[in-house]
Unconditional design. Structure first.
Length: 232
């Protein structure tokens, strides 16, 4: 848990540095113009780009933060959810069909995946839901691996798209704050002390809630994995 939190902070810091160094204003202006002229097409194109990134195993956190940065929390969350729905469905069926031999050679060597596979046989929806919340394995890679398991597609799809709401929200929310952080670092924004405290408190509350939910989910998943291990 601590390692994942540290990695998340590193990713956020790196994205902020990139946002400061790149011509962000020009990029945002171009995308804003495209969105104003063709809002639906721009949202769908971005969702397609993010879905392709998921399928190609690109860093999911960066892709989710990109949506928040470009479209804000509400629309960014909708874009990421749609991208995740498409990518998780395609990856699942690829793992179950055309890509199965290649994925199976790699997935079966993971002790953790074998434990998850055993647990899924009795409680498919619950185990998929918990693995998504806890993020034991990277979201894009787990899409392919779960295609190897015995989980029913409807349980997989429901567990994935409910369980990923928390990671989606967290990273899209972080991405939606990057423009303000970039402007602050460049001296273009001078918030008062009250605004800074409120912003910091909101971010801390979101992170604390995420940690609590993940901890509960991890304890539940660990108990389920232990139970199926005893029955094996």
């Amino acid at each position: 848990m601590k390692v994942r939190l540290a990695l998340t902070l590193v990713v956020v810091t790196a994205v902020i540095v990139v946002a400061v160094s790149l011509p962000v204003d020009d990029i945002v202006h171009a995308l804003t113009g495209a969105y104003a002229a063709h809002p639906t097409a721009t949202l769908l194109a971005t969702a397609g780009f993010i879905a392709a990134g998921f399928l190609l195993l690109l860093p999911a956190s960066l892709l989710m933060m990109l949506a928040g940065f470009l479209f804000g929390l509400a629309k960014g969350l909708a874009v990421v959810w749609l991208a995740g729905l498409a990518a998780s469905s395609l990856a699942f069926w690829a793992g179950r069909t055309v890509a199965r031999p290649w994925i199976e050679r790699r997935a079966r060597r993971r002790v953790l995946f074998r434990a998850i596979d055993r647990a899924i046989r009795s409680k498919g929806f619950l185990v998929v839901l918990l693995t998504r919340i806890v993020m034991l394995l990277p979201f894009p890679a787990l899409n392919y691996m779960l295609g190897l398991s015995a989980v029913r597609f409807r349980d997989y799809l429901a567990g994935t798209n409910l369980g990923m709401l928390l990671p989606y929200f967290l990273f899209v929310y972080l991405g939606s704050t990057l423009e303000s952080v970039s402007a602050l670092l460049q001296g273009e924004l001078s918030p008062g002390r009250r605004e800074i405290l409120l912003g910091a408190a909101a971010l801390a509350a979101v992170l604390l809630l995420a940690v609590l939910i993940v901890r509960i989910a991890w304890n539940t998943l660990r108990a389920e994995l232990a139970r199926t291990q005893d029955q094996a």
